[in-house]
Ligand binder design. Structure first.
Ligand SMILES: [Zn+2]
Length: 367
């Protein structure tokens, strides 16, 4: 083995050990680890430590500030020394056993075998069958009712609680396989250490939010988690054996007339469907304000005459949302679409909250 290879795998030079020696505490996010950025102070979810993701080895980067580089650079920057001295110092330290464990975990996560995503026809069938086999908890049912959805709306849109029971999950997977479905390539599904198929439930729990394409097919699912932080992750399994990564699918909710004359763009499938139902308007949802890559493609299919943007009203205070909004406007302009930005009473953050307010007021007037 060459000398370089030794340094590549030396735990003393692991980005995790370096973070450790810099007093950075991190949490695992699959192949990567996230921490508070030591340079700009950005919260977790912006600053990343990557031991090895198949592409990069032992690097750090922040999406909020320009800081990025190798493990040795991280140490030298934070200790205000040369990279040469950083290297020497790092080689002289012992690696703590907890860091060794994290390095092992990272190695495991990096070596998982992933599947290519299945065709949409296949995903649609598997997800619909999964949805049929799941139930909706009372808590989640009430959450959806409080958004203004009827029992029928809830049923039709396939919102279902993700179970925690491992046996139940394996049983559902067995039934799906016996019914002739191949779970390889379906985001959210993976095999456990006994090589049994199962699917992901976040540890905080949550319910499935199907993300529908313009033909009404379930492309993938988001999860509405039971906690406020990172509330709407994809139903994905990209860190698990035999798992599949989910893409930035755009959700389409048609109005009753199935018309795309007027469409409203918002963020998140649940919000779009709820606001769409309450106002009988065609809505499309980007999965996150920053993930609009597939939007032009969908707009080309829908051929809208009028586009409204209805991002959350906190864009005025939230710099990230403001930036994302500008990116969306730019994308629309480049693709030659005119748009109008919707504004409403700031008391109501989301377009769905505002629509619900309007519907309730109408009911009040009618009474
Ligand atoms: Zn930073």
């Amino acid at each position: 083995m060459s000398e370089k290879n030794d340094y590549d795998t030396d735990p003393r030079l692991s980005i995790l050990n370096v973070a450790d020696k810099c007093g950075i505490s991190y949490i695992q996010e699959g192949k990567r680890f996230t921490a508070v950025c030591p340079f700009c102070g950005a919260k977790e979810g912006h600053f990343y430590l990557t031991p090895d993701d198949g592409k990069y080895k032992n690097v750090y980067h922040c999406v909020k500030c320009p800081e990025h580089g190798s493990a040795i650079k991280l140490y030298s920057k934070l200790h205000n020394c040369s990279t040469k001295d950083a290297f020497k110092e790092l080689m002289g330290f012992e690696v703590s056993s907890s860091t060794i464990n994290f390095i092992k975990e990272a190695k495991k996560a990096a070596s998982v075998k992933l599947n290519c995503i299945a065709y949409i026809q296949v995903r649609d069938k598997v997800y619909r069958n999964l949805i049929r086999k799941l139930s909706l908890s009372q808590k989640h049912y009430l959450n959806l009712r409080n958004r203004g959805l009827s029992e029928k709306n809830i049923l039709e849109n396939g919102y279902k609680t993700l179970p925690f029971d491992k046996k139940l999950k394996k049983k559902i997977c067995r039934e799906l396989i016996e019914a002739g479905f191949n779970l390889a390539g379906i985001p959210g599904f993976y095999t456990d250490k006994y090589n049994n198929w199962t699917f992901w439930t976040p540890k905080e729990g949550g319910f499935l939010v199907p993300v529908i394409d313009y033909l009404g097919r379930v492309q993938g699912c988001q999860i509405r988690k039971n906690v406020a932080k990172k509330k709407y992750p994809w139903f994905s399994s990209s860190y698990m054996e035999n798992g599949t990564q989910c893409n930035g699918f755009i959700h389409v909710h048609w109005n009753k007339e199935h018309s795309s004359k007027k469409i409203v763009i918002t963020e998140g499938a649940l919000k779009a469907t709820t606001a769409g139902i309450l106002s009988n308007t065609t809505f499309i949802a980007v999965p996150g304000v920053n993930s609009i890559n597939y939007l032009p493609e969908v707009l080309k299919l829908l051929k809208p005459q009028k586009i409204y943007i209805a991002y959350d009203m906190d864009y005025k205070k939230n710099e990230d949302v403001q930036k994302a909004l500008n990116k969306l406007k730019w994308t629309l302009r480049v693709n030659r679409y005119n748009y109008t930005q919707s504004v409403w009473n700031e008391e109501f953050k989301g377009i769905d909250d505002y629509m619900l307010h309007i519907v309730k007021n109408k009911e009040l007037v009618a009474k």
